[in-house]
Structure formats: structure tokens, C-alpha cells
Write a protein that binds this ligand. Structure first.
Ligand SMILES: Nc1ncnc2c1ncn2[C@@H]1O[C@H](COP(=O)(O)OP(=O)(O)O)[C@@H](O)[C@H]1O
Ligand SMILES: [Mg+2]
Length: 279
């Protein structure tokens, strides 16, 4: 795990559109992951990136779901240059970084590529090198990782400074979120995990999910660890039909319906992420 110093990030953030007076020396790398699939990782990652960009942050989103990527689908990007071409030497990294709607940069991956269902030492090294190469040029690098505890997902998450677990209030999602948190704690030594509760149906639901997850972690994971795992609740995003509508139209919610409940919640998450970095 990285423990890079972030003193440069302590400068106050400028208003939207203005250059930062003191850019971070290296991006804060945040992996967005989940236990269960389909909980809203890609939606949250893309819109969080747009919200951060609006706050004047320089953001790159990397589709770290290497074999089953779909960030391009959500963002309606049709670039044929993906991480695969970079890894195989067919394209340069600069060619693969494309501007996304929402004012951030995207590094796409391919879909249906069985060669990335397992991480070979070569692919591990290449992914790490790509992240190291982009990090100095941004304030935030968000990794849209896949779901579950496969090799690919865990490796991508291991390259991040921070991990953000997305869960919905459904019992299946919570059970899988618990499994993910347990594996991150025991196999990667993670002690801080940020939680986003998506598709919440009522106010305060995230607090209940957070409490329940922390309780099981305290009971079944923490006793075996040298230091306890702390789940930090970053916030909740409501279940909002506008999300589904914009995903179907392949538009960014923050761009086209910025006043909806889900969009406002994502903006709040972004503000909290930046504030947590300053603290
Ligand atoms: N807050 C929300 N409200 C309503 N629907 C949502 C919300 N978040 C996600 N969805 C729905 O869930 C689907 C899956 O989201 P996605 O971001 O692709 O999940 P993941 O990346 O975790 O597999 C979306 O296409 C959207 O229809
Ligand atoms: Mg996804």
C-alpha cells in the first residue's frame, strides 16, 4: 500500500475552472470496488470524476475491469485505443488517454478479453507502470475496478491509496461487501475503507448499512488483526430513476440532470473526498 505524502493537496481548492495554485505532486489513487456486481460502481466513478472536475480537480478514470470493461459504454466513448494496445506496445499511453464528457480524462479497457481474466506478472507490471506514469499529471486517479475478490480486482485495488467500496442496502450486496472488506483487510493490510451506499431508499439508510457492516467486521475480522479495520461512511446516493434513464441514454447524470437527487448526492461525495484529503 502506498503512503505517499500529500502536503501539496493541503492548499485550498480554487473555484471551478480556475487552475489550482498548488497542484498535487501526485494523484491520489482511489479504487472503486464492490462485493456484488451491478451495484453502481461505474455510474458512481464516472459521475464522481465529473463532480471532482467541476471543483477544479484534474481527474483521470481508468477502467480497471480489464477483461469486462464498460466505462466506454457508460460514457459513450468509442475509442479503439485501450489499455490492451498500450500493454502490447501497439499504442502509446498518450494515445490511449481520451477526453470524457464531464471534463475528465479516461483510460479505457477492452471487453471480453479472456487474457485478462488472470493477472500474469507481465500484466501486473504493465498496469502498475501505467498508473505510475499518469499519477504525476492528475490530482485524482479513479480506478473503476470490477466486483468480487478475483485476482484482477484485488490487484487493481492493491495499487490504490484509498479504497471506496460501493454497496446497496440489499442483504446480498452487504454480505458481498463484507467479504470484500475482509479480504482487503487480511490480504492487503487495509485498515481504512470508505463506504458508499448506493440505491438508498430512505434518508439515514447508509448509516444503518455502515453500522451493520462495521459490527460484523468488529466481530469477525478485527479480533484477528493487529489493528482494527475502520469503515468510513463517505455517503449515500439515493435510488433515482434519473440514473437508469441517463445510463440508458449513455449520458452523464451530472451533465444532463445535475439537479436530481442522485447527482446532488454524488457532488456531495466529491466534496467529502476532497475535504478528507485536506484533513
Ligand atoms: N442510484 C441509482 N439509482 C437508480 N439506478 C441505479 C443507481 N445506481 C446504479 N443504478 C442502476 O444500476 C445499473 C448498474 O450500474 P453500474 O454502475 O453499471 O454497476 P457496476 O459498475 O457496479 O456493475 C445502472 O445501469 C443503473 O441502471
Ligand atoms: Mg462497472
Amino acid at each position: 500500500m502506498k503512503a505517499a505524502s500529500r502536503t501539496a493537496a493541503a492548499a485550498p481548492k480554487p473555484a471551478r475552472g480556475q487552475p489550482r495554485s498548488a497542484p498535487a505532486a501526485r494523484a491520489r489513487i482511489t479504487a472503486v470496488t464492490s462485493g456484488k456486481g451491478g451495484v453502481g460502481k461505474t455510474f458512481i466513478t464516472a459521475n464522481l470524476a465529473a463532480a471532482l472536475a467541476r471543483q477544479g480537480e484534474r481527474v483521470l478514470v481508468l477502467d480497471a475491469d480489464l477483461g469486462l470493461a464498460n466505462l466506454d459504454v457508460l460514457l459513450n466513448l468509442a475509442s479503439t485505443v485501450t489499455l490492451h494496445q498500450v500493454f502490447t506496445g501497439a499504442a502509446t499511453l498518450a494515445d490511449a488517454i481520451v477526453p470524457a464528457p464531464g471534463g475528465f480524462a479516461a483510460l479505457l479497457a477492452g471487453s471480453g478479453m479472456v487474457e485478462y481474466s488472470r493477472m500474469t506478472p507481465e500484466v501486473r507490471q504493465q498496469l502498475q507502470q501505467v498508473i505510475e506514469a499518469v499519477a504525476p499529471h492528475y490530482d485524482h486517479v479513479l480506478l473503476d475496478s470490477g466486483a468480487g475478490i478475483s485476482d484482477v480486482v484485488l490487484y487493481a485495488v492493491s495499487l490504490a491509496d484509498e479504497v471506496l467500496v460501493v454497496a446497496t442496502p440489499e442483504p446480498t450486496s452487504m454480505t458481498d461487501a463484507y467479504a470484500t472488506i475482509k479480504v482487503l483487510a487480511t490480504s492487503q493490510g487495509r485498515r481504512r475503507v470508505q463506504l458508499v451506499v448506493n440505491q438508498a431508499r430512505r434518508l439515514g439508510e447508509a448509516r444503518a448499512v455502515h453500522q451493520q457492516l462495521q459490527q460484523v467486521v468488529d466481530r469477525f475480522v478485527n479480533p484477528g488483526l493487529p489493528a482494527p479495520v475502520r469503515l468510513e461512511l463517505l455517503g449515500q446516493v439515493p435510488l433515482d430513476i434519473a440514473v437508469r434513464d441517463t445510463v440508458l441514454r449513455r449520458q452523464l447524470l451530472l451533465d444532463v440532470l445535475p439537479g436530481t437527487a442522485a447527482a446532488l448526492a454524488v457532488v456531495e461525495l466529491a466534496a467529502k473526498l476532497v475535504a478528507a484529503e485536506i484533513a
